[in-house]
Design a protein around this ligand. Structure first.
Ligand code: 5CA
Length: 420
């Protein structure tokens, strides 16, 4: 991708109303454009990150046998009247009418619809267990949208819904998703902290939030230091709580090991038994021909929130530092002097050699060296290959690691070999 053709309107100005780093940096890097309170357009750089995050999520869902679908963003109110949530969901629900005056809503979540699809097609225990998920836009008319994409009104969520024949099956599925979420977040370069949670409006009797550490987080976390180094399965056995739930008197954490930090909730999983299958009369017949209401769970990841949360966890005063697995590009190639023929030739040669195998953003814009270096640090692509006239005289280019700041001079061939 040539930066001169790329729609990434970067800016030096610090946006006045952006209170946290990720919001400021996403605006300055030209990733998002606000269109109304809590509603953002996602520009090409940000879409690339959403796609990388979604890809990791899909791979990990696939591993536990979940299948991807698209439910709809517009749902008929009937489904929610059936489950009993149409009134109780309150003002966060955006309610709509079609031309025939039919009542609809913009999905804030899809438990009812998943249950409805299930009951239309599955009538026998042989169709269980099953788990469907989607990555789709949601709307919640949050009373206080804030912090950019962290608490938006329109946001992208991965939401999954599982159906099991009995409690044991549902517990197994819940544990599978739990482990899968740990892997999912770890693959994005994050350290997830699972905490037992209230299940709130989703309703039910078991629930975990997945938090990641960030100073700007809306939650206060109390957790055992061991969590920071625990492996997947251990994580579910080590104590962590948010402030509403933490009782210092009853805490099982030895005082020396107690950590207190701010956190952002990037995922939330729920087991709620037969709440929806019963209220919506979604039953199957078991092997004895008896009516059984499947045990359900729902499992959410804040996909668009993750973009902000990853930036909160990984940035410095100059800009974003993308973890490699979710970076919008693998490498950015900086041609410091686009009017210098040798620089252009060399940059072109490097670009052609690596762009077929890696995502490369080639900064071919005619701007100052200072602006170019500043934009590269702002956008935060993990590696920079810097082609400048002085180093070229000695047959060298520079390779910079955005995270460590380390710069090494190397031959162009070695730089190419590093990525191709
Ligand atoms: N149906 C369930 C799970 S599928 C559900 O809706 N869970 S949730 O309400 O906890 O949302 C799932 C995830 O979406 C949250 O963990 C959070 O990361 C993200 N999320 C929730 N509200 C917002 C919001 N207003 N802006 C951005 N992300 C949000």
């Amino acid at each position: 991708m040539l930066f001169s053709r790329f729609f990434a309107p970067t800016s030096k100005d610090t946006p006045a109303d952006a209170q946290i780093a990720s919001h400021r940096l996403m605006l300055r890097a030209g990733m998002i454009s606000q269109t109304a309170s809590g509603i953002y357009c996602w520009l090409p750089l940000a879409v690339r990150v959403l796609d990388k995050i979604s890809r990791i999520i899909c791979e990990e869902q696939d591993r536990i046998g979940a299948q991807r679908v698209y439910f709809t963003t517009i749902q008929p109110a009937n489904l929610w009247i059936e489950s009993g949530r149409y009134d109780s969901y309150g003002k966060e629900m955006l309610r709509l009418r079609d031309r025939k005056d039919g009542e609809f809503l913009y999905s804030p979540t899809n438990e009812e619809q998943a249950t409805d699809v299930f009951r239309q097609y599955v009538q026998s225990y042989r169709g269980l267990p099953t788990m469907l998920y989607q990555i789709h836009w949601k709307f919640r008319d949050e009373i206080r949208p804030r912090f950019g994409v962290m608490r938006g009104r329109e946001f992208l969520m991965k939401d999954g819904y599982s159906f099991d024949l009995n409690f044991e099956g549902a517990q197994r599925t819940y544990r599978d998703v739990f482990r899968s979420y740990v892997r999912t977040f770890q693959r994005m370069g994050l350290t997830p902290i699972p905490v037992q949670a209230d299940s709130g409006a989703i309703g039910g009797n078991m629930s975990h939030e997945f938090q990641i550490l960030a100073e700007s987080g809306e939650n206060t976390l109390y957790y055992d230091r061991k969590l920071l180094t625990a492996s997947g399965d251990e994580l579910s056995t080590i104590f962590a709580a948010t402030d509403e739930k933490f009782d210092p008197q009853a805490s099982p954490i030895p005082e020396k090991e107690l950590m207190v930090s701010r956190g952002v909730e990037v995922g939330h999983i729920f087991y709620f038994g037969a709440k929806y299958s019963k209220s919506m009369n979604a039953f199957v017949l078991n092997d004895k021909g008896e009516k059984v209401f499947p045990e359900m769970g729902s499992y959410g990841v804040g996909v668009s929130r993750l973009v902000g949360a990853i930036i909160e966890a990984s940035h410095d005063e100059r800009g974003i530092i993308w973890p490699e697995p979710v970076a919008p590009f693998d490498v950015t190639l900086l041609n410091l002097h686009v009017k210098n023929e040798r620089c252009c030739e060399m940059a072109r040669k490097i670009y052609d050699a690596i762009s077929s195998e890696r995502d490369v953003l080639y900064d071919d814009r005619d701007i100052t060296v200072g602006e170019k270096l500043a934009d590269a640090d702002l956008i935060g692509i993990p590696w920079q290959i810097i082609v400048g006239p002085k180093n070229l005289e000695n047959g060298m280019v520079e390779l910079k690691n955005r995270r460590t700041g380390e710069v090494v001079k190397t031959s162009p061939e070695a730089a190419i070999g590093r990525f191709a």
